[in-house]
Ligand binder design. Structure first.
Ligand SMILES: *Cc1c(COP(=O)(O)O)cnc(C)c1O
Length: 396
């Protein structure tokens, strides 16, 4: 969350004063914040439907799995560099995540995705890490050829785009996060699923509100109601999300101006920027610097003393840090652990460092330099000069 102010306070006050806080009630006098947000978000992204929910992007990803009917016996390809929730959402559906390498752009390597395809692979989850798009065109082409569904994890890319179209609108479904660490926030937590597939949408609606049989809008659904989870959003969160959406284009414009300005200064100073699948659609959250080796990255980091981190230090975004997966600890009861399911016998369940060595190599050779929408030119100059001094210390 980069910006918030009086507008959020005003909207929340209005909702609170209305005393109509339930997001799914179409009754008179209701402000319909959640329903309006969904219309606005779907229009911005370019899909027919959006479903706002609590439970975050993690819930959104799980709803997408449910919407596609992914379950036991299925494998889902997940890049080895992403927030752990991308992989855990697959397990929540009873399926098994299979790791694939990221390439030099730090997003899913289309070639490794293709190599990992077996008849058990039912879906792929390209992730747009740090506001940088995965290479969706080759990924979609490969997926279509093998009848594999595509769920875009756009949790770190609220409002970004790829080849002129918003991320989230390319795959069968897309998922955004509005937790506090993301570009915009729905009051600290929140997630949104988008799709243009009516069946997927209905099944996601049912999954996110297993009591929906008792609500009026359930009558519009043609898919049969089943029992699942309760991830309904509330009007206060939705009101905040609507104001945040109005801020989004301004935040992105400022982030992009600063990131591109910083990159220009750094390339002029002899630093190497990691390739990006679509620099115009990139959100500008960070600048990714590329080095020859992990040792060089670390020496640079020490010498430059700027705000940022080596990719390997990105905590639970790096697959080697996914301890519960490595130890196969899932769910509260052993019989509900997908790693024990009969249908999952023989599927690939390996998550140690040997599975994706190239990912570790690229992460070790990357320094993510922090940017921000409100950095001044003088601050950008200062960051750039520290980096240029840092690289000279390396060479010298
Ligand atoms: C934040 C994030 C999610 C979902 O996180 P929530 O906290 O559940 O909103 C999923 N994938 C990625 C890549 C993320 O960064």
């Amino acid at each position: 969350m980069y910006r918030a102010g009086q507008e959020e306070i005003n909207e929340v006050s209005e909702v609170l004063r209305s005393k109509k806080w339930f997001s799914r009630s179409p009754s008179d006098g209701h402000l319909r914040e959640a329903i309006r947000f969904e219309d606005e978000w779907a229009e911005m992204v370019g899909t027919d439907y959006a479903l706002l929910m609590c439970g975050g992007g993690t819930a959104g990803l799980t709803c997408a799995m449910a919407g596609l009917g992914i379950g036991p016996g299925d494998e889902v390809i997940v890049p080895a560099y992403t927030w752990m929730a991308t992989a855990t959402s697959v397990l929540s559906a009873g399926a098994i995540p299979v790791l694939a390498e990221v390439d030099e752009t730090l997003a899913l390597d289309p070639a490794d995705f293709e190599r990992k395809i077996t008849p058990n692979v039912k879906a792929v989850l390209p992730v747009h890490m740090l506001g940088r798009a995965a290479d969706l065109e080759p990924i979609l082409a490969i997926a279509r050829e093998h009848d594999i569904k595509v769920i875009e994890d756009s949790c770190q890319m609220d409002g970004g785009s790829y080849h002129g179209r918003r991320t989230g609108s390319w795959g069968d479904a897309g998922v955004f996060s509005f937790n506090w660490f993301k570009i915009i926030s729905a009051g600290g937590e929140g997630g949104c699923l988008v799709t243009s597939d009516r069946t997927l949408y209905e099944r996601a609606v049912i999954f996110h509100d297993s009591g929906s049989a008792f609500r009026p809008q359930a009558g519009e659904l043609t898919e049969p109601i089943f029992v699942a989870q309760q991830y309904r959003t509330d009007e206060v969160s939705a009101a905040i999300a609507r104001v945040q959406l109005q801020r989004l284009e301004g935040i992105l414009a400022d982030l992009r101006r600063n990131a591109r300005g910083l990159e220009q200064r750094l390339t002029d100073g002899g630093l190497t920027i990691a390739p990006n699948n679509d620099i115009e659609g990139d959100c500008g959250i960070c600048v990714a610097l590329r080095f020859e080796s992990e040792q060089q990255t670390r020496r640079f980091a020490e010498a430059a003393g700027v705000s940022g981190y080596c990719g390997l230090d990105h905590g639970k975004h790096v697959f080697t840090e996914w301890t519960p997966l490595q130890e196969k600890r899932v769910m509260h009861h052993p019989a509900m652990n997908p790693f024990h399911f009969e249908q999952n016998k023989g599927l690939r369940m390996q998550y140690d460092a040997s599975v994706c060595p190239k990912t570790l190599d690229w992460l070790g050779r990357t320094f993510f330099l922090a940017t921000g929408p409100d950095l001044t030119d003088a601050q950008l100059d200062e960051i750039a000069s520290k980096c240029i001094d840092g690289i000279q210390a390396l060479v010298g």
